[in-house]
Ligand binder design. Structure first.
Ligand SMILES: NC(=O)c1ccc[n+]([C@@H]2O[C@H](COP(=O)([O-])OP(=O)(O)OC[C@H]3O[C@@H](n4cnc5c(N)ncnc54)[C@H](OP(=O)(O)O)[C@@H]3O)[C@@H](O)[C@H]2O)c1
Length: 284
C-alpha cells in the first residue's frame, strides 16, 4: 500500500491575518469530507502582493481568500472576474479553473443563501431597506438586486459614500434602488419586507443599537444583521421583542465560507460542522 502525503492548499492573504478564524471553519470542513487539504493564513504586504500571486500560480494553489488590504488590488492579478464581483468591485475569493484564476465575491452570496435557507425568505419581489454603504453593503446590495429585489433603499450617514454607491448599482444592475441620508433616527416604513444592518454599528466592543425605529414595521419583516460579533446584537434583540423574524451575521459568515469551500473542492460543504467550528473559534 502506498501512502499519499501530498496536500492541496487554500490560502488567505491579508494584513493582518493572525486573528482571522476562517481557516478553522474550512479545515473542519476538509477533515469532515476526508480531504487532504490545508488552509493557511499568510500575511502579505501590499508591496509583495504581485510576487505572492506569482507564487499562487507556481504552487498550483487550489483557492484563496482575500481580506484587507487586498480585495481590490488582487483583481489585476487574475484571469477573470465573476460578473457580480465586477459590479461589487472587490474579490474575497479566488478559484482555479485549470491554469486560470477566477475572482469571486462570496460575501453578498453568503448573505443571500442565509436569507433563503436560514430565514426561508426569497428576496425576489421584496422591498428592502439597508443601512450602510461600505464594503459589506455593496456586496449585499448587489446580490439582492441581482436576485430580483423589487426595491432597495440604501440609508447611510455619509451621503458622499452612499449616493455614488447607489448610482453605481443602479447603472450596473438596472435595479430599483435609491438613497436616503441617515439623519437622526430612521423609522423603517411599514411596507418593508427585509431590513438589513450592513453598518458596523453593534460590533464588539461597542455593542449598541443603531438609531433605527422598528415600531412601524409590518408583521413578518425580516431583520438581518451583518455584524457577527456578537451574533445576538441589540438590533436583533429589539426585533425579536417585536416578534419579528431575524437573521444573524454568523449565517452570512458561514455561508460565504461554504460557497468558497464548494467553489474550491467541488464537494458539498458540511455546513453544520463548519458552523460549529467557527462558533468555537469565535467563542460565541
Ligand atoms: N457576516 C459577515 O460575513 C460579514 C462580512 C463582511 C462584513 N461584515 C460586517 O459588516 C459590517 C460592515 O463592514 P464593512 O466592511 O462594510 O465596513 P465599512 O466598509 O467600514 O463600512 C462601514 C459602514 O458602517 C457605517 N457606520 C459605521 N459607524 C457608524 C455610525 N456610528 N453611525 C452611522 N453609520 C456608521 C459607515 O457609514 P459612513 O459611510 O457614514 O461612515 C459605513 O456605511 C462590520 O460589522 C463587519 O464585521 C460581516
Amino acid at each position: 500500500m502506498s501512502a499519499n502525503y501530498q496536500h492541496e492548499l487554500v490560502v488567505l492573504f491579508g494584513q493582518p491575518v493572525a486573528e482571522n478564524p476562517t481557516g478553522v471553519m474550512q479545515e473542519a470542513g476538509f477533515a469532515a469530507c476526508g480531504l487532504q487539504w490545508r488552509y493557511l493564513n499568510i500575511e502579505v504586504s501590499p508591496e509583495r502582493l504581485a510576487d505572492a500571486m506569482v507564487g499562487i500560480r507556481a504552487w498550483g494553489i487550489k483557492g484563496m481568500n482575500l481580506t484587507i488590504p487586498h480585495k481590490v488590488a488582487v483583481m489585476q492579478h487574475l484571469d477573470e472576474i465573476a460578473p457580480d464581483a465586477q459590479i461589487i468591485g472587490a474579490v474575497n475569493t479566488v478559484r482555479r479553473d485549470g491554469d486560470r484564476l477566477i475572482g469571486e465575491n462570496t460575501d453578498g452570496k453568503g448573505f443571500l443563501r442565509g436569507v433563503r435557507l436560514d430565514a426561508n425568505v426569497d428576496p425576489a419581489g421584496k422591498r428592502v431597506v439597508m443601512i450602510g454603504a461600505g464594503g459589506a453593503a455593496r456586496a449585499i446590495g448587489t446580490e439582492l438586486l441581482l436576485a430580483g429585489a423589487r426595491e432597495l433603499v440604501v440609508v447611510n450617514r455619509t451621503a458622499e459614500r452612499g449616493q455614488p454607491m447607489v448610482d453605481h448599482l443602479k447603472v450596473q444592475t438596472n435595479g430599483d434602488i435609491r438613497f436616503e441620508v441617515w439623519d437622526g433616527a430612521y423609522t423603517v416604513p411599514a411596507d418593508v419586507d427585509i431590513f438589513v444592518n450592513a453598518t458596523s454599528i453593534g460590533l464588539y466592543p461597542d455593542v449598541v443599537m443603531p438609531p433605527v425605529d422598528l415600531s412601524a414595521a409590518q408583521a413578518g419583516m425580516l431583520v438581518c444583521d451583518a455584524v457577527f460579533n456578537p451574533p445576538e446584537t441589540p438590533l436583533l434583540a429589539a426585533a425579536r421583542a417585536r416578534d419579528l423574524p431575524t437573521l444573524d451575521g454568523l449565517s452570512m459568515l458561514v455561508y460565504q465560507g461554504v460557497i468558497g469551500f464548494e467553489l474550491w473542492t467541488g464537494a458539498e460543504a458540511p455546513e453544520a460542522i463548519m458552523k460549529t467550528a467557527l462558533r468555537e473559534a469565535l467563542g460565541v
